[in-house]
Design a protein around this ligand. Structure first.
Ligand SMILES: Cc1ncc(COP(=O)(O)O)c(C=O)c1O
Length: 452
């Protein structure tokens, strides 16, 4: 039996194309709607916010979209990323399961986010954009776009959810080191931010609010566009390099997953690892279990409504059909800041309604418990978001032990937690709490859904 721990691909094996799951689905998700007319939006509606190349990718049903060479050249800095067999974790769990993880924390910003940040900065630069505006929760996406902006000479302004801005000064410093401007959201710089602050001066912020601020700024200037780090089809598309590489690496391992797992905030790292496998399963008829894991404190897939909703709190975005907790939902300031989004990617939501994926929610304490076990066996300290996937992988591996079955479990370790040490300090000190919602707590924001 081989005892290989790490499956690495040569740079020459970097994917040449992004993979688009839309080409293999039995049906497409319902289209985004104009918030005023409630009719499907066209490219012209998105043009103030995004470059035409990205709008084209957003609506494409082509199976493969070529990755431009300048983007591949930058990807080579850290891609292909390694695939590990978690042998010491398996031993600690005494499980017959084969656990594999794809490690995206080797990117310069420390997560999967640069896979799309670099592509978005490239296409914006190509169309003459000089400034990109965005939101960030945990700071992973903001640092990824700041890094990409630095490489392409594009100014980056980041609205960072205030609770994370305060919890994570080093993420902010990283963005500023790359040359970006970072503002706590809600801010007084935008009408959307000021409206929120008038209602509640000490508002902790949310991704929905920070998106409103960024969209508002981008819509006002011709030289400025908006960049989103998750949710949209083109973002999910760019992340497909993760799963494509994993397929080739598992081939080296002479194995294939029975279960694929990813944590979900807006759905992009989950899509990155899972979509190429789901596509392969749809084409071949092979069975596959795919699990999306979300925080119990922001449970859009497991407890949200599947409905048309705004992507932001200020209602400046198109309406998209997704699993949502309501655009005014403000999750508590728990530590997986990157998972605090009220909605889920329309493509991921669609897969859930088609029965092609399962979803489950975990509280943060069991996730940190899993992350600490992972750190103590595999050595890598996961981002709090990634701990949700680690928890699910461990639970599945324990189930294998109980059932005396050896399954191959693959999960995406989407980022390291080196900037998240306060969360680990709080966990180790026993200072974290878990909060459960009653249905009534969730009903309030859902009552405000646009009636479509
Ligand atoms: C490390 C990490 N994982 C996951 C997420 C959640 O986003 P997504 O669901 O798009 O992967 C974030 C978001 O910031 C993140 O920083």
């Amino acid at each position: 039996m081989s005892d290989t721990v790490k499956y690495v691909l040569d740079e020459s094996r970097l994917p040449t194309h992004w993979y688009n799951l839309a080409a293999d689905l039995p049906s497409l998700p319902p289209p985004p709607l104009h918030p005023g007319t409630h009719r499907p939006i066209g490219p012209g509606d998105l043009a103030p916010l995004f470059p035409l190349a990205l709008i084209g990718q957003e609506v494409s049903t082509e199976r493969e979209i070529e990755i431009p060479e300048p983007v591949r050249a930058i990807y080579r800095q850290w891609r292909p990323t390694p695939l590990f067999r978690a042998r010491r974790l398996e031993q600690a769990l005494q499980t017959p399961a084969r656990i594999y993880y794809k490690y995206e924390g080797v990117s310069p910003a420390g997560s999967h986010k640069p896979n799309t940040a670099v592509a978005q900065a490239f296409f914006n630069k190509q169309e003459g954009v000089t400034r990109l505006v965005t939101e960030t929760g945990a700071g992973q996406w903001g640092s990824a776009l700041a890094f990409a902006g630095a490489l392409f000479g594009v100014q980056v302004d980041v609205y960072m959810v205030r609770v994370s801005y305060n919890q994570k000064p080093y993420r902010r410093a990283l963005m500023e080191t790359y040359g970006a401007r970072c503002v706590a959201s809600p801010s007084t710089e935008t009408a959307s931010g000021r409206a929120v602050l008038e209602e509640r001066a000490e508002h902790p912020g949310s991704l929905g609010i920070a998106i409103s601020e960024a969209v508002e700024v981008a819509a006002q200037r011709d030289d400025t566009k908006y960049a989103l780090g998750s949710v949209l089809n083109h973002v999910l598309l760019h992340q497909s390099v993760i799963g494509q590489e994993a397929i080739a690496q598992l081939d080296l391992a002479d194995d294939y997953p029975d279960i694929v797992i990813g944590c979900t905030g807006g759905g992009s790292n989950f899509a990155g690892i899972a979509f190429p496998f789901i596509g392969a399963a749809l084409r071949s008829g092979r069975s596959l279990r795919v699990i999306a894991v979300e925080p119990a404190a922001c449970p859009s897939l497991t407890r949200g409504a599947y409905a048309y909703d705004f992507g932001d709190t200020g209602h400046l975005t198109p309406l998209v059909k997704m699993h949502t907790l309501g655009s005014t939902f403000v999750p508590p300031g728990f530590h997986a800041g990157g998972l605090r989004y009220h909605g889920m990617a329309p493509m991921v939501s669609h897969l859930k309604t088609l029965g092609l994926i399962d979803a489950r929610a975990y509280h943060q304490i069991p996730c940190f418990e899993a992350g600490v076990l992972f750190a103590r066996t595999e050595g890598i300290l996961p981002a709090p978001e990634a701990n949700h996937a680690v928890r699910a992988a461990i639970d599945e591996a324990v189930r294998c032990r109980e059932e005396s079955t050896s399954r191959a479990i693959l999960f995406n370790l989407c980022g390291h937690g080196h900037f998240d040490m306060q969360a680990y300090i709080d966990y180790l000190a026993g200072a974290l709490t878990d909060q459960s919602y009653e249905e009534g707590d969730l009903a309030l924001a859902l009552a405000g859904l646009p009636g479509i």
